[in-house]
Design a protein around this ligand. Structure first.
Ligand code: CIZ
Length: 428
């Protein structure tokens, strides 16, 4: 993958130093993420104000040599380690990763594509996942025996995934079961089916596996909801309220039948009648990258570029999805841009690293991010080439650091929920 010049990081530094115009959401983005390893919180970027759960993994100090190395030196170290490890190593890069990392990836894609990509490299003992924690867990669940998954910075969590923890979901489940009972209706449909977004912990995927539920991604959410409606009268959808609402609304579910579940309130803050009438119960979670997009930004894009094609991610609020021309997953957005046959102006509502990459790869189009403020995903930002070089050098030295392992008692249930997703087919 050819590097983008200037990279987003270089642009952020230039803005922060007053050498380039533009805005970032915090000047801290110009520093190395190791500045935040000892600080509780997600670090600078879009989720910096989200509360971080106690017990969230912390990263130990990155050795100084990697903090102080020049970019060229880090690239040289990464290339040398890749060469030394050969087929024993595969590096996966998420669409939202910074370009300095993506250029070393063997595969670039969304979380599910990447977990599957690792399976095409059965000789790879080491899967280095440049993404966030739940992605590395999913790769570990799907990996073959003996493959190890490594997350270069343990602090690369996901604030949305952290908004639904297994204890809160178990508590919601108990309250809903007390309200609905456990008996199926006359059509054999269970009272409620749990559906978790891929952006969730392995514990929640396992919860879904155990309770007749399923996982979805942003590219198959409507197929998965259909699957769940065939088997259940209602769905409990977590953690992203926006993906749940946008998908169910597009399938014709009225908003009045989508009550919210706030885990801090009894019955999630809804009445028993609302929950009985519900079709989709939406967990009170959101993505702080996609929450930044607004209808005003869509309006401004249309004013400045009357022919603009606005495509946003379904994690954006409903009003933004309604104002856009199209909504779809990262892979949908990538394919939409790649398949446009005439020069087109695209305003895109998703993470800035991906938008900039699309712009660099498709110079025939005008492509810009709907959000004028540069505010990358805080947790994707935690993966810097310094961490990548460090974990690879350790592997070359025969030491495995930052391995992500899903506990064996969760593996089978979580895999079941993922397999149900793979088997779910769209109707017709
Ligand atoms: O599943 C993924 O990788 C994410 C975070 C979103 C998407 O649309 O691909």
């Amino acid at each position: 993958m050819a590097p983008i010049t200037p990279t987003l990081d270089a642009t952020i530094r230039a803005i922060t130093n007053g050498e380039a115009p533009g805005d970032t959401c915090t000047p801290d983005l110009a520093t190395g993420p190791w500045e935040f390893d000892a600080t509780p919180g997600y670090g600078p970027g879009s989720s910096m104000l989200d509360p971080i759960p106690t017990g969230a993994p912390r990263q130990g100090a990155l050795p100084r040599a990697y903090q102080e190395a020049s970019t060229e030196d880090l690239h040289r170290r990464i290339r040398a380690a890749k060469e030394a490890l050969g087929e024993r190593l595969v590096i996966l890069g998420h669409f939202y990763q910074r370009d300095e990392v993506v250029q070393h990836a063997d595969f670039l894609g969304d979380s599910f594509q990447l977990a599957n990509a690792a399976l095409t490299k059965p000789d790879a003992e080491h899967i280095v996942f440049c993404g966030v924690h739940f992605m590395a867990e999913t790769a570990d669940i799907l990996a073959r025996e003996g493959q190890r998954v490594i997350l270069p910075n343990l602090a690369a969590g996901c604030s949305m995934a952290d908004m639904a923890d297994v204890d809160s979901v178990e508590s919601a489940w108990e309250q809903l079961t007390a309200l609905y009972g456990t008996e199926p209706d006359a059509h054999g449909r269970a009272p409620v089916i749990p559906v978790t977004y891929m952006n969730s912990s392995a514990a929640l995927k396992a919860f879904c596996g155990r309770n007749g539920g399923i996982v979805c991604t942003s590219s198959n959410a409507s197929t998965v909801l259909e699957w769940a409606f065939q088997r259940g009268q209602r769905v409990l959808f977590f953690p992203d309220q926006h993906l749940g609402r946008n998908t169910a609304k597009a399938m014709g579910v009225p908003l009045s039948r989508m009550p919210m579940w706030n885990p801090r309130q009894p019955l999630g803050g809804s009445t028993a009648d609302e929950l009985v009438d519900a079709r989709v119960i939406l967990w009170h979670g959101y993505c702080s990258v996609h929450k930044r997009f607004s209808v005003d930004q869509v309006t401004a894009a249309r004013e400045q570029h009357p022919d603009v094609r606005v495509i946003v991610h379904p994690e954006c609020p409903m009003e933004v999805v309604d104002a856009a021309d199209e909504a779809g997953s990262t892979d949908y957005i990538r394919r939409a841009v790649a398949s446009a046959t005439t020069p087109t102006t695209f305003a895109i509502g998703t993470e800035i690293n991906m938008v900039n990459r699309l712009a660099a790869e498709h110079p025939q189009h005008t492509i810009f991010c709907l959000d004028p403020v540069i505010c990358p995903c805080s947790t994707m930002y935690r993966i810097h080439p310094g961490y990548l070089a460090w974990v690879l050098d350790e592997l070359v030295a025969g030491r495995v650091v930052n391995q992500i392992t899903v506990e064996p008692d969760m593996q089978a249930d979580a895999r079941l929920a993922l397999e149900r997703m793979l088997a779910a087919k769209p109707r017709g």
